[in-house]
Design a protein around this ligand. Structure first.
Ligand SMILES: O=C(O)CCC(=O)N[C@@H](CCC(=O)O)C(=O)O
Ligand SMILES: [Zn+2]
Length: 353
């Protein structure tokens, strides 16, 4: 069966990972009038027949890291519901399962971490570079062909954490000087019942950052539980997130709201590994958001020792195995939000952990 025939039967994930079939781009129209276009392996664009002047351009991406399977299953469910006519999106959608080779190998990546390849176009020395370049083009073309009078662009790049975490689900808002922290986006975080959000303070080379920086998209990296095997993820904690996505793409109007139920953090610094012998003073199973009091030594990089700064800091994504020159950990502090049309973050003077 061709890839498109598989996708028409609701098997977007299976088709994407099926390398026994050559990739052939193609398009078709559903009875409902929805236009489906398979642009690259794992990149499916959906366009409603009639587009309102305030139509949103929504990217839902998954599988940037091959072992983060819950997001891939989620995008599969959405693609299947759309192509089988079970849900009727009213916005333009770009559904992405990014790295089928790594998914088949149940690995984060094959040659290098794809989520560090979105700052610029890459020299195509490996498959991750080729895919990241293709995704950049797909995003440019998708947002570039918006018909909305005042385009509203969204990008949710879905991931899972390697370690345990004090917050099961959380979002990372990339840093850019564009207006990409709307109250609508943060209201989505509230409705999706994500446990926490952290606001980056410097540009990053991630997929979500790419859409925010180059296209002004309301973009988030969203962490949905922990890495696991395909078919073995527990979706019960993700139900509110799934519901919020469905509401977003079918345009259910929800109140714009923020409450303190979502814990807010700001990134205080990004620690980059400079020496091959980089180490943390804590174990590999220490959870994300573990707090270290002021002065506590938490990492050693060559002859440099890192200690928690004023009022202490918590660690997110500590990974001593990254290559030299890449982020080894994000340090974060609790913060609060001013929930205006654009959200702003301010430090808590005396954060309680
Ligand atoms: O658990 C981990 O260490 C990594 C999980 C993951 O892939 N997270 C993303 C976050 C991207 C961001 O900082 O916005 C990543 O590291 O690429
Ligand atoms: Zn990831």
């Amino acid at each position: 069966m061709t890839l498109i025939e598989q996708i028409k039967r609701g098997q977007f994930l299976k088709a994407t990972c099926d390398f026994s079939q050559p990739f052939v781009a193609g398009e078709w129209v559903l009875d409902s009038g929805l236009h489906c276009q398979l642009l690259y392996r794992g990149v499916l664009q959906i366009t409603p027949r009639e587009l309102a002047s305030d139509v949103k351009d929504i990217v839902l991406s998954s599988g940037i890291h091959g072992d983060e399977t819950a997001p891939v299953e989620l995008v599969q469910q959405i693609a299947s519901s759309v192509v089988l006519g079970q849900i009727q999106p009213v916005h333009r959608l770009l559904l992405i399962i990014a790295h089928p080779e790594a998914i088949n190998h149940q690995q984060r990546f094959m040659a290098e971490n794809m989520n560090r390849l979105f700052q610029v176009r890459n020299f195509e020395k490996n498959n991750e570079c080729r895919i990241a370049n293709a995704l950049q083009l797909a995003i440019n073309s998708f947002y570039g062909t918006s018909i909305a009078i005042k385009p509203e662009r969204w990008h949710l790049d879905l991931h899972c954490a390697i370690r345990p975490s004090q917050h099961d689900t959380f979002a990372i808002s990339p840093y850019t000087d564009k207006q990409t922290r709307s109250n609508k986006l943060f209201s989505f975080i509230h409705h999706a019942k994500l446990d926490a959000v952290l606001l980056s303070n410097t540009p990053s080379p991630t997929f979500a950052w790419y859409s925010a920086e180059y296209h002004g998209a309301q973009a988030l990296t969203v962490e949905l539980g922990r890495v696991g095997k395909l078919g073995q993820n527990d979706f019960t904690v993700l139900v509110p997130f799934q519901d919020a996505i469905l509401q977003l793409i079918t345009d259910v109007t929800l109140p714009i709201i923020w409450t303190n139920e979502v814990e807010v953090y700001q990134v205080s610094r990004t620690i980059v590994k400079r020496h091959p012998e980089f180490l943390f003073t804590f174990d590999d199973d220490v959870a994300n958001f573990t707090f270290f009091a002021e002065g506590h030594e938490f990492a050693v990089d060559g002859d440099k020792k890192y200690v928690a700064d004023t009022h202490g800091e918590a660690v997110v994504f500590p990974n001593r195995h990254v290559v030299v020159g890449q982020r080894a950990v994000l340090m974060v502090k609790k913060a609060s939000l001013i929930f205006d049309e654009q959200v702003r973050v301010y430090a808590k003077s005396n954060p309680s952990y």
